[in-house]
Design a binder for this molecule. Structure first.
Ligand SMILES: *Cc1c(COP(=O)(O)O)cnc(C)c1O
Length: 386
C-alpha cells in the first residue's frame, strides 16, 4: 500500500524558500521590510482603501480588533458555535461574554436571523465566521448591525480569496476582517494573521497594541527621524507582531492565492463528480459569480448506518487522513460549563457536526491522491453500511 495521505500540507515553492533565505541573510528576523511589503501587498489584494496590519496569528488579530472596539466586562459578542474556539476565546481575554448562536443547516454559516434571535441590550459585536471559505450572507448581517448600532468583526480565517457579491472578503462594510496564515490555511506562513480595517483610529489602536503599547512599531523605530532609542508606552500592549521570516512566505503565497484557489476549485469539482453517487451531502457551492476559497471540503454522511467516528477511523486504516470541522464550541468543557449549554441548544450545528467529515483538499495532492480518497471512501461507506 502507498504511504499515508495526510489531511493537509502546505504548497511551498522555491520563491518562498528564496525569500526566507533573503530575510535570513538581511539580518531582519523580526518585523521589518518583508512585513511592510506583505502588508502593502495584502492591502492591494483585498482593498486598497483599507489598512492591513500583520500580526502573529488570527487569534491575536481578533483580540486586537475587539480591544480596539472597546469590548470589555458587561459586553456580549455573538459568535457562531460552529467555529474554532479562537473566535470566542478572545472575547473572554477582555472579560466580556460570548453568546453562541446556531448556524444555517445547509451552508454551516451563521445568518442574520441567527444573530437577531440572540440580541440583548448587552450585545456589542457580531462575529460572522465564513466557514470553509464560503462567505456568509453579509448584507443582512451588516444591515442588522447598522439597525442596532453594533460592530461587525469578520473571522475570515478560511477566506482567502473569497468574494461576496463580487467584492473580496476584507472589502465589505464591516469594522474589521481578520485573516489567518496558520500552517493549514489557504495562504500559510506557519503562523500569522492580518487585520484589515478602513477606520484609521481603530488601525492606530491595533498598531500600538500589537507591540507592547508602544506608539511606533519596530520598523519605524529603525527608520524614522526620531532618535532610535526613543519610544513612548501608552498602554499595556501585547507581543503580537509578525516576523519577516513568516512574511517572506506570505508575500509569495499571496501572489499564488488565486492560482492555488483555482486548482482547489478544480479538485472540488472532481470530488463533487466522483462522490455524487455516494450517500453524502456534498459541500455547498458559492453563488454564481462568487469565489469560494475552498479551504475545507466537508461532506456530511446521509445514511444513518454510518457512524462518523468509525468512518474517519476506517479512512485512516485505508491510509487517508480526514478531520472534523468543527466540534461545536458550546459542547467543549470550558464553554459548556461557563454558559450551562446542552448539546441540543444549537440543533443545526449538532446535526452538521455529527455527520461531518473533512476530506483532504490541498494543491500538493495529485489526481492519483484524490482518486485514492474517493476509492477509500467508497469502500469504507460500502463496508460500514451493512
Ligand atoms: C484557524 C482559525 C482561527 C485562528 O487562526 P490562528 O491564525 O491559528 O490564530 C480562527 N478562526 C477560525 C475559524 C479558524 O479556523
Amino acid at each position: 500500500m502507498s504511504t499515508f495521505l495526510p489531511f493537509a500540507l502546505p504548497d511551498i515553492g522555491d520563491e518562498e524558500i528564496d525569500e526566507v533565505v533573503s530575510a535570513l541573510r538581511s539580518g531582519w528576523l523580526t518585523t521589518g521590510p518583508k512585513t511592510r511589503q506583505f502588508e502593502a501587498d495584502f492591502k492591494a489584494f483585498v482593498d486598497p482603501s483599507a489598512e492591513a496590519l500583520a500580526v502573529n496569528s488570527a487569534t491575536a488579530g481578533l483580540h486586537l480588533a475587539l480591544e480596539a472596539l472597546g469590548v470589555g466586562p458587561g459586553d456580549e459578542v455573538l459568535v457562531p458555535t460552529y467555529t474554532f474556539t479562537a473566535s470566542g476565546e478572545v472575547v473572554r481575554y477582555l472579560g466580556a461574554d460570548v453568546k453562541f448562536v446556531d448556524v444555517d443547516r445547509r451552508t454551516f454559516n451563521v445568518t442574520a436571523a441567527d444573530f437577531e434571535k440572540a440580541l440583548s441590550p448587552r450585545t456589542k459585536v457580531l462575529m460572522p465566521v465564513h466557514f470553509a471559505g464560503l462567505a456568509c450572507d453579509m448584507d443582512p448581517i451588516l444591515a442588522l448591525a447598522r439597525k442596532h448600532g453594533l460592530k461587525v468583526v469578520e473571522d475570515a480565517a478560511h477566506t482567502l480569496p473569497t468574494t461576496y457579491k463580487s467584492k473580496p472578503i476584507g472589502s465589505l462594510d464591516s469594522d474589521f476582517t481578520i485573516f489567518s496564515f496558520y500552517a493549514t490555511k489557504t495562504v500559510p506562513t506557519g503562523e500569522g494573521g492580518m487585520i484589515v480595517t478602513r477606520n484609521p483610529e481603530l488601525a492606530k489602536r491595533c498598531k500600538v497594541m500589537r507591540l507592547h503599547g508602544i506608539n511606533r512599531d519596530a520598523f519605524d523605530r529603525y527608520t524614522s527621524k526620531a532618535p532610535a532609542w526613543y519610544y513612548e508606552v501608552v498602554a499595556p500592549g501585547f507581543k503580537y507582531n509578525m516576523t519577516d521570516v513568516a512574511s517572506s512566505i506570505g508575500i509569495h503565497q499571496l501572489r499564488k492565492a488565486h492560482a492555488l484557489r483555482d486548482k482547489r476549485q478544480r479538485m472540488v469539482e472532481a470530488y463533487d463528480e466522483a462522490l455524487a453517487h455516494l450517500p453524502l451531502e456534498l459541500p455547498p457551492r458559492a453563488p454564481a459569480g462568487d469565489l469560494h476559497a475552498h479551504h475545507l471540503y466537508v461532506v456530511r454522511l446521509t445514511d444513518s448506518r454510518h457512524d462518523r467516528g468509525k468512518v474517519i477511523e476506517a479512512m485512516a486504516e485505508e491510509g487517508v487522513g480526514c478531520s472534523v470541522h468543527f466540534i461545536p464550541c458550546h459542547t467543549q468543557p470550558y464553554w459548556r460549563e461557563r454558559y450551562g449549554h446542552k448539546p441540543s441548544d444549537f440543533p443545526n450545528a449538532m446535526a452538521n457536526f455529527e455527520r461531518a467529515v473533512s476530506l483532504p483538499l490541498y494543491t500538493k495532492m495529485t489526481t492519483t491522491d484524490q482518486q485514492r480518497v474517493v476509492e477509500a471512501l467508497t469502500k469504507v461507506l460500502h463496508r460500514l453500511g451493512h
